[in-house]
Write a protein that binds this ligand. Structure first.
Ligand code: ADP
Ligand code: MG
Length: 696
């Protein structure tokens, strides 16, 4: 009979098996393998930790200037004072006069000469041996001591089951052919080495995780990831999805020329597709004609014209009698799409349903009814589309805009909702944030990517300026001159994540100040608390130039298109992330006037914010900005995996170890082709329960 007991501190950290402990690798090491005389320590121990030992000749608690313990130790070469500002009675006892102690710490100049403050202390005998290996320091949650983790790890490494779990089963021949060098140790040795590196180990490469032992572990982890991605790829090709060939339209739109919806759309569009749009549309068209589900990312900078491609794909599905859904992460973004789709499709007789979280219960029910009955051919909405119990009559295509803003979990949910064992719909994801190559090769390996690398004609480069908030008056003067020329402008108020009310308040304050400062012009205000109709009215007035200056919260992040507004001021730009500013800035530069974006910041500026603003000033290349964003935030956030809390790669750093990815890719291909029997075992070892995330 097993009795329930509370989990131990180790178990709470997930360290609940010998394998988990073995893979809990040190974050750094302490060198306790070398011992110096006190005289040497006094010289060498400045600025870095050093180890020495001696006999205690004084042990005294002082009360001035505050309670503290002073201990002096001595050897043949000299003496050293130790100072403890916090101490336990047990420590005082451990360092009783006459006892031998080994201490480790930095030597500093104190009031009474050289001393060590809070060294680590170990009771020894004069001839206690030194450890033969470096002392590992493990990642640990608060309240759990290194000693406990070290003991548990050592015990785990001796566990008989580990021989089996860490057994070498990658075929040596294959490894020899793929690996660039033969000095990577076998896995089990690599892990043992990382837990207990010998005294003469190259600590630099251990710390930087470039040591052959680290390489071996990283390679194995990447290999598992590559295998599972390749499998996801193969599995997708075995699934069934409806094939939408261009030639065989099944449904005719209800328009007088009796065109298909797709042809009808091309006809009503007020512009021709750019070369890049034509290219990506043919790539997507080809995917849609396949009998397995499309899984494609359409990538294109802000304003590159992704929406029309989504509309074309939707039209193709609808021409075949299937429904299409377009989903966006925010209400405002979704609404912009809805308005655009109405403009393009309603003249063609297409029935569109709108579904968002803010609909009244009755409206929602009505929307759901026509989605379920198949009356609605096109469905536009927020993720309410997947959250609520919506069932589609015949969904053939799901478009997900700004896909990176949906978390991994939500993306999985989308797949589960729209698909079934037998039948899947095509998926098109869209993003203005380019995926860096390393991410494309790892997390997104089962995603086909199309890139719109050309902006519609007539766009102008945007000059970006970075200005201190203290120069606000100057900025407002400049704004005045700008408006006098007959141009329009945006004034974007800070994002205050903690409080929507506070955000609104600052927007109202800026609005009032600007209204006063610019009496000859009409200033408008738009924010998230306005009703849809109110928002729409303000936007329409701005578009018609009845409003010259639009003060806005980040609601204008998307979808606003006013070519005469070519100046944007962003207040507290230091509070915005890379992608947000890049998106916001994309609102200007759409007309014939030279465009300017002013990033106003308040001091003090953090180092990260400073670098961010500098980068944004220097470049408007979405790719460069995404790379910076990645190096700053790590892939988790870009992937939307942050909230899942699951770091999928524990030992690999995609930037540092980029070159390893290709090796792992080759190895994965060969393993799958030549040794498919080993694949399962490798996956289990490395990913365990986490494999599902890789499919999202
Ligand atoms: P994004 O890629 O950021 O979603 P949109 O699809 O919103 O960009 O397009 C931005 C603007 O460019 C819209 O006003 C759209 O109508 C316009 N547009 C798109 N394609 C073209 C084109 N080929 N020529 C001219 N304007 C275009
Ligand atoms: Mg868009």
């Amino acid at each position: 009979m097993t009795t329930k007991r509370p989990p131990t501190a180790l178990e709470k950290m997930g360290l609940n098996s010998p394998m988990a402990l073995a893979l809990h690798l040190p974050s750094r090491y302490e060198d306790e393998t070398e011992l110096f005389t006190i005289e040497e320590a006094l010289g060498l121990g400045r600025f870095h930790s050093i180890q020495t030992q001696g006999v205690v000749i004084r042990n005294q608690v002082m009360f001035r200037p505050r309670r503290q313990l002073l201990v002096t130790i001595e050897d043949d070469s000299g003496s050293l004072q130790l100072r403890f500002l916090n101490f336990y009675p047990s420590q005082q006892k451990q360092m009783a006069v006459g006892s031998h102690v080994r201490v480790r710490g930095e030597v500093r100049e104190g009031y009474q000469g050289a001393e060590m403050v809070h060294p680590t202390v170990r009771a020894v005998t004069p001839d206690s041996p030194l450890p033969a290996s470096l002392t590992p320091v493990y990642p640990a949650s608060a309240g759990i001591s290194q000693t406990i983790i070290r003991k548990a790890v050592l015990q785990a490494l001796r566990d008989a089951s580990l021989k089996e779990s860490l057994a070498e089963f990658l075929p040596p021949k294959l490894m020899a052919e793929i690996l660039p060098t033969n000095d990577w140790p076998p896995l089990q040795d690599a892990i043992a080495y990382l837990h207990q590196p010998p005294a003469d180990a190259n600590t630099q490469s251990l710390l930087e995780r470039t040591h052959p032992a680290w390489r071996r572990v990283q390679f194995e982890e990447l290999l598992a990831q590559q295998i599972s991605l390749k499998r996801a790829h193969a599995i997708r090709r075995e699934r069934r999805a409806p094939s939408f060939e261009k030639s065989e339209q099944k449904t005719k739109a209800a328009n007088k020329e009796n065109l298909g919806i797709e042809d009808g759309l091309l006809k009503v569009l007020p512009f021709d597709l750019t070369g890049a749009q034509t290219r990506v549309w043919s790539e997507i068209g080809l995917d849609l004609s396949n009998t397995f589900p499309m899984n494609r990312l359409l990538q294109g900078d802000v304003g590159s014209g992704k929406t029309v491609i989504a509309a074309l794909a939707a039209a193709r599905a609808m021409d075949h009698g299937y429904q299409a859904a377009i989903m966006a992460p925010t209400e405002i973004l979704a609404e912009q799409h809805y308005l655009k789709m109405k403009e393009w499709f309603e003249p063609l007789g297409v029935k569109i349903a709108w579904l968002s979280g803010s609909l009244k219960a009755k409206e929602k029910r009505l929307a759901q009814e026509i989605i379920e009955s198949g009356d609605a051919q096109l469905i536009v909405g927020t993720h309410a589309l997947i959250q609520d119990k919506v069932s589609f009559a015949k969904l053939g295509l799901a478009v997900i805009d700004e896909q990176h803003r949906f978390g991994v979990r939500q993306r999985l949910e989308i797949q589960q909702r729209v698909g079934s064992e037998l039948f899947y719909c095509h998926q098109l994801m869209m993003s203005a944030t380019p995926i860096p190559r390393t991410l494309a090769m790892t997390y997104y390996a089962d995603l086909d990517v199309s890139v719109i690398d050309e902006l519609p004609p007539g766009r102008k480069p945007i000059a970006t300026k970075v200005v201190k908030a203290a120069r606000r008056d100057e900025v407002i003067n400049g704004l005045h001159d700008w408006l006098v020329k007959g141009l329009q402008a945006y004034w974007v108020c800070p994002l205050i994540e903690e409080s929507e009310v506070l955000q609104l308040q600052t927007a109202v304050e800026s609005f009032e100040q600007l209204t006063q400062a610019l009496p000859n012009f009409k200033v408008g205000l738009v924010h998230g608390r306005l009703k849809s109709e109110e928002k729409a009215a303000v936007m329409a007035a701005f578009k018609a130039n009845e409003i010259q200056l639009l003060v806005a919260t980040t609601v204008i992040e998307v979808g606003v298109d006013v070519p005469n507004a070519a100046l944007m001021v962003i207040e507290h730009a230091e509070r915005f992330g890379y992608a947000q500013i890049h998106q916001l800035r994309g609102r200007v530069g759409r007309g014939s006037a030279d465009s300017v974006c002013i990033l106003m910041y308040a001091e003090p500026l953090s180092l990260a914010a400073k670098e961010r603003l500098q980068t944004l000033r220097e470049t408007s290349d979405g790719f460069v900005i995404a790379e910076r964003d990645l190096s700053l935030r790590g892939p988790g956030e870009l992937l939307g995996a942050k909230q899942s809390g699951d770091a999928m790669l524990r030992f690999v750093d995609l930037q540092r170890d980029a070159w390893l990815i290709e090796l792992a890719q080759t190895a994965a291909e060969r393993l799958l082709a030549e040794h498919s029997d080993l694949v399962e075992r490798h996956l289990e070892r490395w990913l365990g329960s986490r494999t599902e995330f890789l499919k999202a």
